[in-house]
Design a protein around this ligand. Sequence first.
Ligand code: BGC
Length: 739
Amino acid sequence: MKKILLFLFSTLLINMASAQKLSEDMFIENLLKQMTLEEKVGQLNQYSGNWKATGPNKVSANNVQEIEKGHIGSMLNVFGADVTRALQEHAMKSRLKIPLLFAQDVIHGFRVTLPVPLAEAASWDLTAIEKSARIAATEASAAGIHWTFAPMVDIARDPRWGRVVEGAGEDTYLGSQIAKARVKGFQGEGIGHTNSVVACAKHFAAYGAAMAGRDYNTVDISRRSLWETYLPPFKAALDAGVGTFMTSFNDLNGIPSTGNRYLLHDILRDKWHFKGVVVSDWGAIRELVPHGLCKDDKDAALKAINAGCDIDMESNCYNRYLADLVKAKAVSEETLDNAVRNVLRLKYKLGLFDDPFKFSNAEREKRELANPDHKKSAKEIAEKSIVLLKNDHETLPLSAKQKNIALIGPLVKSKADMKGPWAIQWDTDDDLISFYEGMEARIPQKTSLLYAKGCDINTTDKSGFDEAVETAAKADITIMVMGESFEMSGEARSKTDISLPGVQEELIKKIKSLGKPVVVVLMAGRPMTFSWTAEHADAILYTWWLGSEAGNAIANVLYGDYNPSGKLPITFPRSVGQIPIFYNAKNTGRPTPDENKISYGSAYIDSPNSPQYAFGYGLSYTSFKYSDLKLSSNQMLPSETLRVSCVISNTGKKKGEETVQLYIRDMYASATRPVKELKGFQKVDLAPGQSTTVNFIIDKETLSFYNQDMKWGVEPGTFKIMIGGASNNTPLEAQFDVI
Ligand code: BGC
């Protein structure tokens, strides 16, 4: 009986699902039949509003006319319940009343600014990261936004590249987990829910491998590294249900991504069965001309649509040439229709055909943008993103013992820089908590703060040094708050020198020469080089840019209200000359320890090979011990699983969180494998003296790779397992064989 009921129930579900599908398909086909060629092209045409303008001025009168003709399918940089409602009303005047889509780069928060993505990646906390995207989605969708151009899932191994700030760092495994968490966070209960936004996996693909870290530069990488390193986070985003993909600006092995059919069609559609929308990056279709792939803009439109790029963002190429190309049969009607179907399907899934104004609700906007819970969560996520790089002689946490604290540096009172490069509502500086304000609110009653700016972020002016030294001389301890300004990382912000800008490190030397303890708080959107500081400062906190609650979060960590738990998601080089440097490199035929002499090993004669700080590294105010590594067997068949367990103990005096990292190494294979690959991690929260057992499962997927013939699978052989608290600190090691 039970079985019969189950059968009937599942048949009913299947029928309901296909009925829904049928009505979606029927609706779209029916609409498509009524559309003129120009209206179809219009759906593929995306324009930007004027993001600096407010209210209705965000969109030109000309664009309004185009909307009413059905010649614009989507817009970016227009938001706000009222603005989007007004524009949607214009769309409702068009012949077929096809609603507009509103897109926006909601990268790290909307009204409440959350930590920059690289900072959040340092939390290794997938729940927190998902929550952060959820908050951003709740606010953005309340402001009429349907679609965010995030997450950026580009793996980035070159800190000269300014856009490292927008991603999850250098590692494919961590990056894939974070990609999933962000997609889930943005899309929430699913596309169509009023508090979800459609996510966009960008930039497809391998944009992070830009040569020499120069933005928009050529990418020339092996197929192996494309498939092993750069594509998996996109696949992870897709598996998490991402609704859209964005092409990348770069040339990939000779074919710029926006005109690259191998990427957009063979991989994305044929192999991965992606059914959503592909949007070009800003102006990227037009850029196929300077790339040298296309003769002119018309040729660019032809190559992009035939490669599989559905929407033209701001190139004006589809708008001008696509109809002619279809008439001339250079582009088939089927190709055009398929691209239009993708766009209409997204609008259908969003529920915009039923209610085009469903996201433009001024009351909800007001409520969500003032939601106090968002700020509270922003502070918690910011605390988790901070990495303690050094803490000699237990300089930190601070306590009531330090009666006079000197705060020195150009970022002590800055608000704007806390925002990072993609803060959307630029007029909200007043709400941001500066470091100074955070400290003022947190210091114990009898503690005084002394302040001197000392220097600018990026000038050679040392006139403030004397005042800074005098200020520090009066204090028990000095906290120096330094780094980059927010415009120094991000798009088009590549650098050849990633050291602490200007004379900031010189000022640290001066203050340190007083012989009193110096804590350095570093803020930036990328890893910087600061080897003198790394050696001489008493304590270093790397805080990135933490958003609205930056000051409160940093003060809480400095006082130990929150015990730092962040781990670096990207390697910190000693010098720019070591770049590219990342933890999962190959062993080479001449593996060499950290020597700097001529040894005919793979080494430098003027620098160690090792980085300043390794991937996965980060300290706590407590200490952890790793012990009792156990493997369920020392052999496994590819069809079996292996259980790995170990014990983590808090051996210090404070409650703390540790990120337990599992790495593997395939010792020999038909293609060489990295010396370490992250394959799992877990966060444990332990009271002093407390221990816990952590379990990992190793299966075929964990051990698979692209073999010599580029086939995915596992090969018999010896594998090493390494577990620890950083990629360069794995006290537990064992081996097993796949037979
Ligand atoms: C960036 C994208 C962004 C787009 C729209 C481009 O310049 O590369 O990441 O989504 O602009 O603002």
